[in-house]
Design a protein around this ligand. Structure first.
Ligand SMILES: Cc1cc2nc3c(=O)[nH]c(=O)nc-3n(C[C@H](O)[C@H](O)[C@H](O)COP(=O)(O)OP(=O)(O)OC[C@H]3O[C@@H](n4cnc5c(N)ncnc54)[C@H](O)[C@@H]3O)c2cc1C
Length: 398
């Protein structure tokens, strides 16, 4: 009787999951090649650091969010587009919304996080998150609607002075131009906590150049259809807002919170430096859904940069666990930090470099081009970046 091949189930096709699948696909197997199955509820991978470029039209959806089918064509990876509704940890079986359960020999949990839910009145109904392609499309729709209205001013309140709030604020200011009235609200006393000083100063300058108002030490009391209520030093104030954007924090979903795996108080799955879940040697996890210290003991931030580097190790370690080889402890190499600060502007600190303005913009673009999944996608996007300005020029001259 012919033996069924082993099956590796990768749950989630984001930075952690997709890049692990691509890594596993490259490796040479001692015995029969296992089936590599990637499961995601969406049909597109989202390169989230470039999601802001959709707001300004600097990039198109196919560049930032290519379909998995395209990325996985010519690979041995099987794609299942379905929602994972549960995981039986003991039997390593994945429950799916529209298909029969899938039993796997190795499981890789890479389901990422969601925008942290809030019980502040009106947030769920009226504030827009900015995390997924759907969020970006919904924002574009709202902006188009507001831009086509006869409003003299378009008042935007962004809640959260972290990376998303700052980057989104600058892009929105550039898109809305003179009509834009943008406020960034944060309960703390500065933007970009934990960021290198150079980047924070560049961001402050970019916000100030765009006349983005900063409200620090301010809590949100409620969000209404066309207003937001703020609390500052005991004083409550309701101001008009055509658009409220909610960019506050990441939380893991209920599915992960309910798993009988070792977790942190915040519900993140604990992993060893080998990216195995303690006590579950055939269960690997990476990315935003996890809490990981690397081989040197440093606690890792929930970023794409970490998930991407983990994917390399995760792919290797899953392969090693099936080929009787030693597993490698993950070592994180911080490569620095890049932020977009409006159209054609950015700031960058890392690898001995400190750049702002157009040089940072160019370096950021090239770094992300290099990081896009698959050589084919890198080439198509790169070619588009080269030819688009030429085509634009030709159209303008005719
Ligand atoms: C707007 C924005 C900008 C960012 N910019 C940067 C940046 O500049 N630099 C940086 O390092 N990091 C950045 N990040 C953070 C980075 O995107 C995350 O840290 C990274 O995506 C985490 O990777 P992950 O694989 O854990 O999760 P994700 O990339 O979020 O992938 C999770 C995947 O799981 C799928 N999924 C979830 N639940 C289910 C389910 N029940 N069933 C099936 N599929 C499911 C999702 O569809 C998704 O494809 C940014 C994030 C955002 C939102």
């Amino acid at each position: 009787m012919q033996q069924q091949p082993l099956r590796i189930g990768i749950l989630g096709g984001g930075f952690g999951g997709l890049y692990t699948a691509l890594r596993l696909n490259e490796l040479v197997w001692d015995g029969p090649r296992p089936e590599i199955v990637l499961i995601d509820k969406s049909d597109r991978f989202v390169f989230s650091p470039l999601l802001y470029e959709l707001v300004t039209g600097e990039m198109q959806a196919w560049e930032v969010a290519p379909p998995y089918e395209e990325l996985l064509a010519n690979t041995g990876v099987t794609l299942i587009k379905d929602e994972i509704t549960g995981i039986d940890v003991e039997s390593q079986t994945v429950q799916l919304a529209a298909r029969s359960p899938l039993k796997c020999d190795r499981l890789i949990l890479a389901l990422g996080g969601n925008t942290r839910p809030s019980d502040i009145p009106g947030v769920k109904e009226h504030a827009l998150p900015f995390r997924t392609l759907t969020d970006a499309h919904r924002l574009q729709q709202r902006l188009r609607h507001l831009e086509q209205s006869d409003r003299e001013e378009i008042r935007v309140v962004i809640v959260g002075g972290g990376y998303t709030g700052v980057e989104l604020g600058c892009k929105l200011a550039d898109r809305l131009g003179k009509r834009g009235r943008i406020r960034l609200v944060d309960r703390g006393s500065e933007i970009l906590k934990g960021s290198p000083d150079f980047n924070r100063e560049a961001a402050k300058q970019a916000l100030s150049d765009r006349q983005i108002w900063l409200d620090f030490d301010t809590e949100i009391e409620a969000v209404q259809a066309e207003a937001i209520t703020l609390l500052y030093k005991g004083q409550v104030d309701t101001i008009s807002a055509d658009l409220v954007l909610w960019t506050v924090g990441t939380a893991v979903g209920e599915l992960i919170q309910n798993l009988p795996l070792p977790k942190t108080a915040q519900g993140r799955v604990q992993v060893e430096p080998t990216l195995q879940v303690p006590g579950f040697p055939t269960f690997f996890a990476l990315g935003d859904a996890t809490d990981c210290t690397d081989a040197t003991g440093q606690l890792l931030p929930a970023t794409g940069q970490v998930a991407l580097q983990q994917a390399d190790f995760c792919g290797w370690n899953v392969w090693a666990s099936l080929n009787d080889r030693p597993l490698l402890p993950f070592r994180y190499q911080p490569l620095g930090e890049m932020l977009s600060l409006g159209v054609d502007a950015a700031t960058l600190t890392g690898l001995g470099l400190k750049l702002t303005g157009s040089p940072a913009y160019l370096a950021r673009r090239l770094a992300y081009l290099y990081r896009l999944p698959t050589l084919q996608h890198q080439l198509t996007v790169g070619l588009n970046w080269l030819t688009r300005p030429l085509l634009k020029g030709l159209v303008q001259n005719n």
